[in-house]
Ligand binder design. Structure first.
Ligand SMILES: NC(=O)c1ccc[n+]([C@@H]2O[C@H](COP(=O)([O-])OP(=O)(O)OC[C@H]3O[C@@H](n4cnc5c(N)ncnc54)[C@H](OP(=O)(O)O)[C@@H]3O)[C@@H](O)[C@H]2O)c1
Length: 260
């Protein structure tokens, strides 16, 4: 995810001389670093210049590694630096504990379409974060696609369940539609092609049109027609809406449990 953000920052026109990467193996950034020789890639926080005062420090490491890595960046906390973490489940309080009480921290939850700049990231600031620090975080996450803010940190569990995990639900829809097409007698390759093109095409249409998803659905549903026959099953009492509510509730609960 850090590598995807980096690509997005370059696409937005950020200069390599304004970025320093710390990554022990350099794996996520090797391709981008080759394209931008002026980019500094370090293997440890201790290699950062002593007079370095970044506008923002972005944490994109695994949750289980966070406690070992983050405290090494605490020296920037009093210099106006904003810390932006995309680490799933790591609370603002835990981040502040690791960095010191003056740290201005923002949590963000991106999703995987960030890899092609089509993600959505929800940001949540600690109380101490000022307007210009928020602007910096918004610009940094805009490299991954759309952005939105929440002020109540408990909303981040539901955000994780809806947009963080959401791409997997859509991929499952494509799989299920493929299987159903095969079940209806189509060749597997054709069923898969139809399902993928339908999911991605419908997604693009939803993005391009100003209408709501409900209106677009109604527009393709003629009374007594084929779509209506399918929607009667999908919209039954035990249909997709109920299933989706249960799925999102389960993911929200898991997000709460993982955060402790
Ligand atoms: N993937 C997603 O869709 C997604 C969505 C939302 C949030 N997130 C969050 O994003 C974070 C990263 O996830 P990911 O899927 O991108 O994991 P990942 O591919 O395993 O990336 C973790 C990165 O951390 C680096 N790292 C390890 N030790 C480090 C250290 N001491 N200093 C600096 N960097 C270090 C790793 O570098 P090496 O390869 O050199 O070890 C690797 O590039 C996670 O906290 C996850 O919760 C991910």
């Amino acid at each position: 995810m850090g590598g995807a953000l980096l690509k997005g920052w370059f696409a937005q026109g950020l200069s390599p001389v304004d970025i320093m990467i710390v990554e022990p193996g350099g794996r996520a950034v090797v391709e981008t670093a080759n394209e931008h020789p002026a980019l500094t890639v370090l293997t440890d926080a201790s290699e950062l210049p002593s007079d370095f005062t970044p506008d923002a420090v972005v944490f994109a490491v695994k949750p289980q590694a966070a406690a070992d890595i983050i405290p090494a960046y605490d020296r920037f906390a009093e210099g106006g630096t904003v810390y932006l973490s995309i680490i799933a489940g790591l609370s603002l309080n835990r981040l502040i504990e690791m960095l010191g009480r003056d740290a201005a921290v923002v949590r963000a939850m991106p999703n995987t379409p960030a890899a092609i700049g089509r993600g959505i990231s929800v940001l949540c600031p600690a109380e101490s974060v000022g307007p210009s620090q928020k602007r910096v975080c918004k610009v940094l996450m805009a490299a991954a696609g759309q952005t939105a803010w929440v002020t109540d940190e408990t909303d981040m569990d539901a955000v994780t369940a809806v947009s963080g995990s959401g791409p997997a639900y859509v991929f499952l829809l494509a799989e299920a539609l493929t299987e159903a097409g095969i079940g209806a007698g189509l060749e597997p390759a054709l069923a898969e092609q139809l399902a993928h093109a339908t999911v991605s095409g419908a997604g693009a249409l939803l993005d391009a049109e100003k209408s709501s998803a409900g209106t677009l659905r109604e527009n393709v549903t003629s009374p007594g027609g084929t779509t209506e026959a399918a929607l009667e099953i999908l919209r039954a009492e035990d249909g997709l809406s109920q299933l989706m509510k249960r799925a999102v509730a389960a993911a929200t609960q898991r997000s709460k449990d993982l955060a402790g």
